[in-house]
Design a protein around this ligand. Structure first.
Ligand code: GCW
Length: 714
């Protein structure tokens, strides 16, 4: 018998080692490989009980049972409708003693999604209670508890209370109905529209589990460059099928609404938001959606931006458009997320300023169920941007955050770039709004201005690749979005640490090294792509690789030369009062710091100043020398990442080790490409040598300029 068990475990282990293709994300649930800890957990966790067979707790107890059985390497029995397990999960309505144990006010504070995990004594033994006010809380509590085990935490005396700081925690899929993904680098869309609604791919369930495990509670299924067809009857049936998978995991479905839909699919003559026929059309359409999906979340809208239709086509403003949709959704409890990423084709105004100029005057004019969704920075998901000046400028309107997980400007799914440091840099920025100083986090969680609606969204990096995100480390950015939307004050180190332990291993040598790599990776990428505040100098259209010389785009503000403004005098975009004066959009304290070249943070310098090549930086070196130092240090640091990763070879599975190794090798080549192309090009203006001691570019500027990528994904 022993022998057979050994063989079976052996087969199981080798299958699981062979199966490290990344599909299981951070929910691998491999048996704990620390014998002492395993024994301790096994002794403590012998059964799960759920006092009610309330079907709405099913996802929580299924996951707990699957997770525990994997982690403990033996099946943990689940008992329904009893209360004698060593883990008990439930609601106060099932377990009335929770009320006195936790206290009414704490319980109320948990809201719909918060949970407690607490060690209590019952009948002379220790029991771990996982409870919430509502089913969603129990679900999140179950995942949190599993995370404790996956990361090898002590569980003897637990006393955890957790509630999300941000209400809407969403993924935005830029997925088209033909299954292409705009700016997607991980394969096709995971939504198999052709076979929906009849065929439910296991991926949908695993997608929902992964999201629930990090607190994501909504998904916008379709591209913001929207197709009205998604709003037609047969497609709504497909959407409803997805919604019914996701509902069990507390995930609501949202759709993008194409503003011209009343004309395109409704056969109306206009989509003017003040036209009663148009208003009626949207009301009926919305009612129809709710007949299919009773808990539909609402609409995300990109309007009058990059050629998309919108209210301005009818001389109306963004509030007119958003409010019309909001009125249709309000009776059902739905919301509108109206994007602030707008800039017009015709306007000669600095693109940095356009969103603020259009939206700030509308503060106070939006309905209660409208959020304005603002990208983290004023241009477009660059490796480093200052925080968007709208944060702190529209106190009467809830603003939600839009980050980009898919690495459109950050090396696609090829470069290892951990984005939590970027996310928290923006969240922690002081907007100085209302004089007393609120951080961006306090603006978007609603606390600065007393808004109850709040949200954070990440443009998804998910596709049909076996490991979901293309790069194995892309998963960490999906993970971080969820964790930071739940708790924006989490440190990137903590998030990285728990992700590594769950995704790879708890071995200290691996965790320490890989955490260092991850924490450094974003700054490394900034250094080899866009140091010192350079931005938008990538290849035209596909955005792959460097092209700071490019000046042939049909509009000025799609050209890199528009953004870096290199000339014989210097480099950078003057956004002070003597330039475009975009700085006037910030609160005085922020503006003053940035407009003085001596107090402007050097990592944002070229965002705001046209800086002479010989300008003395704080180190005493010139701008040109510092630019060279940054580009060279970026490349050197990628080589450091490679060496560090090579030392991890025996600590994890060969499959993922080799994937990352190969990707890092490409990252190194592309970092060299960025460095050489950018320095050779800027050198034609600076007319200064690359400092002695640095390896010289082995190709000419003409070589780099001649590269062409007609089939790069975009
Ligand atoms: O980042 C840019 C992308 C576009 C995208 C747009 C947006 C969906 O290059 O592909 O369109 O932003 O955010 O609307």
């Amino acid at each position: 018998m022993k022998k057979w068990t050994g063989i079976i475990i052996g087969i199981f282990l080798s299958v699981s080692v062979l199966g490290e293709n990344g599909y299981r994300l951070w929910l691998r649930y491999n048996t704990i490989d620390n014998a002492a800890l395993l024994q301790q957990y096994r002794q403590q966790l012998t059964s799960i009980s759920c006092p009610s067979d309330n079907g709405r707790l099913i996802a929580a107890h299924e996951e707990l049972q699957t997770g525990l059985s994997g982690l403990l390497g033996k099946k943990v029995p689940l008992q329904m409708a009893v209360i004698n397990g060593t883990i008990m999960m439930g609601l106060p309505s099932h377990l009335p003693f929770i009320r006195t144990l936790v206290g009414e006010s704490t319980l109320a504070g948990l809201g719909n999604e918060g949970f407690i995990i607490r060690t209590i004594r019952r009948d002379g033994k220790n029991v771990i209670l996982i409870a919430g006010n509502k089913e969603a809380g129990v679900l999140y509590g179950a995942f949190h508890f599993l995370r404790l085990l996956q990361t090898h935490q002590p569980i003897q005396q637990l006393n955890i209370i957790s509630t999300p700081k941000i209400q809407l925690r969403l993924l935005n899929h830029w997925d088209n109905l033909n299954r292409t993904v705009e700016r997607g680098y991980a394969g096709n869309s995971i939504w198999d529209w052709q076979r929906l609604p009849g065929y439910i791919d296991q991926r949908y369930i695993d997608y929902a589990r992964a999201n629930a495990s990090i607190g994501i509670n909504g998904t916008v299924l379709t591209n913001v460059n929207a197709n009205a067809m998604i709003l037609t009857e047969s497609w709504l049936q497909k959407v409803a099928a997805l919604a019914s998978v996701f509902r069990k995991y507390n995930i609501k479905v949202y759709l993008t609404a194409r503003f011209s839909a009343p004309v395109e699919i409704g056969k109306l003559k206009t989509a003017d938001p003040l036209d009663p026929e148009v208003q009626r059309w949207w009301k009926e359409k919305t009612n129809e959606i709710y007949r299919h999906i009773p808990d539909f979340g609402g609409f995300l809208v990109k309007a009058n931006s990059e050629g998309q239709p919108g209210p301005q086509n009818y001389q109306r403003n963004h509030a007119d458009g958003a409010n019309m949709l909001a009125d249709a959704l309000a009776p059902h409890g739905g919301i509108v997320m109206w994007r602030a990423f707008v800039y017009s084709n015709e306007s000669p105004e600095d693109r940095f300023k356009q969103a603020y100029n259009e939206f700030k005057p509308l503060d106070g004019q939006f309905r209660k169920n409208v959020l304005i969704q603002v990208k983290n920075g004023p241009i477009d998901f660059q490796p480093r941007e200052p925080f968007h000046p709208l944060f702190g400028a529209m106190p009467k309107t809830p603003l939600m955050m839009e980050y980009q997980l898919t690495q459109e400007y950050m090396g696609f799914a090829t470069h290892l770039v951990y984005l939590a440091p970027l996310f928290t840099e923006v969240l922690n920025a002081d907007t100085h709004s209302k004089g007393s100083g609120y951080t961006v986090a306090e603006i978007i969680d609603g606390s600065a201005d007393g808004h109850s609606l709040s949200g954070m969204a990440g443009v998804s990096n998910i596709g049909s690749d076996i490991n979901w995100t293309g790069h194995p480390f892309g998963q960490s950015n999906w993970y971080s979005l969820g964790r930071l939307a739940w708790e924006p004050s989490l440190a990137p180190a903590q998030v990285a640490n728990e992700w590594i332990r769950q995704t790879f291993t708890n071995k200290k040598a691996f965790v320490d090294t890989v955490q260092q790599i991850m924490l450094a990776s974003r700054e490394i990428m900034v250094n080899y792509m866009t140091p010192l505040g350079l931005h938008h100098i990538m290849g035209y259209g596909h955005h792959y690789g460097p092209a700071p010389w490019y000046d042939k785009a049909p509009r000025a503000d799609w050209n890199p030369v528009y953004f870096h403004k290199a000339d014989s005098a210097g480099l950078g975009f003057n956004r002070t009062a003597t330039g475009s004066n975009a700085l006037a959009q910030y609160q005085p304290a922020v503006r003053q710091q940035y407009e003085n070249i001596n107090t402007c943070p050097e990592d944002l310098l070229l965002w705001f100043h046209h800086v002479p090549w010989d300008h003395k930086m704080r180190s005493g070196k010139t701008l040109w020398e510092t630019l060279c130092d940054k580009y060279y240090s970026g490349v050197d640091s990628v080589r450091w990442m490679q060496r560090s990763w090579d030392r991890m070879k025996d600590l994890i599975d060969a499959e993922r080790f080799n994937e990352v190794k190969q990707l890092l090798a490409i990252q190194e080549q592309e970092a060299v490409w960025w460095r050489n192309a950018c320095l050779l090009y800027f050198q034609t203006f600076s007319r200064r040598p690359i400092p002695a001691g640095y390896e010289k570019p082995d190709k000419t500027l003409d070589y780099y300029k001649a590269l062409s990528f007609p089939y790069a994904p975009h």
